[in-house]
Write a protein that binds this ligand. Structure first.
Ligand code: SF4
Ligand code: SF4
Length: 221
């Protein structure tokens, strides 16, 4: 995914959760990305806020959002129901961008930054310039396709990305119990063994629980 693709997914959601660390504790607030270019994703805050201090002290932020609806209902059978949608998250390194830099871009996408600083002089802009993230496109009731999840990991600015999903090792004896346990339809047979399609895997752990050979490698500590 390009930075533009990532921006558009966040922009479709609008307000998202921005997390930073303040000393020993994480803190969150609602904000939004307002622009993008080849360097990264841009957002604003005020220099008088804890958010600003935390960004300057740590140089890091993590952002997530949920679209199209955050409504979760409970069915008669007790299971939770969410209409199809996606969540997206991104975490990485930020730097403050001066107004001189913003003006020099000569890019209409940044007009809002310039206007906002005129209205609120304590406003300042940050760019998320090196990051990794993931999109979870879910359809838990399989209304529009025959599997629940399509996930895609991405990065920009040279951030390394870990492969999504659990994995099955060579210890697999091909009994097929994991396939039956996987409600995400993420496991298929390949020759004598089973393999996991990481783009469909929710990392729920059902396959790890039932495997008699200890062949499923999970990501827990
Ligand atoms: S349950 Fe374990 S041993 Fe059986 S097919 Fe799946 S990974 Fe292989
Ligand atoms: S962790 Fe869950 S979703 Fe992933 S392959 Fe195993 S059972 Fe399927």
């Amino acid at each position: 995914m390009t930075i533009k693709d990532i921006f558009e997914r966040f922009d479709r959601i609008g307000s998202c959760t921005f997390a930073t660390v303040d000393g020993d504790y994480p803190e969150t607030r609602i904000a939004h990305f307002l622009a993008h270019d080849d360097e990264g994703l841009y957002f604003m805050t005020m220099t008088t806020k804890p958010f600003y201090r935390q960004l300057k002290e740590t140089g890091r932020v993590s952002v997530c959002g949920l679209g199209a609806s955050s409504a979760v209902t409970q069915r008669e059978d007790g299971l939770l129901e969410m209409e199809p949608g996606y969540s997206i998250r991104v975490s990485g390194d930020v730097r403050e961008v001066s107004m001189e830099e913003i003006r020099a871009k000569n890019n209409p996408a940044f007009d809002y930054c310039i206007e906002d600083v005129e209205r609120y002089p304590a406003m300042t802009t940050f760019v998320l310039y090196r990051a990794k993230g993931e999109i979870f496109d879910y359809d838990f009731d399989m209304l529009h396709r025959d599997h629940k999840l399509e996930r895609e990991r991405f990065s920009f600015g040279g951030f390394p990305v870990e492969k999504a999903g659990l994995t099955i090792t060579e210890a697999c004896v091909g009994c097929g119990k994991c396939m039956k346990a996987c409600t995400f339809k993420a496991i298929r047979r390949e020759g004598e063994r089973c393999v996991i399609d990481g783009s469909r895997c929710d990392e729920c752990g059902n396959c790890w629980k039932v495997c008699p050979a200890g062949a499923v490698r999970h990501k827990g500590a």
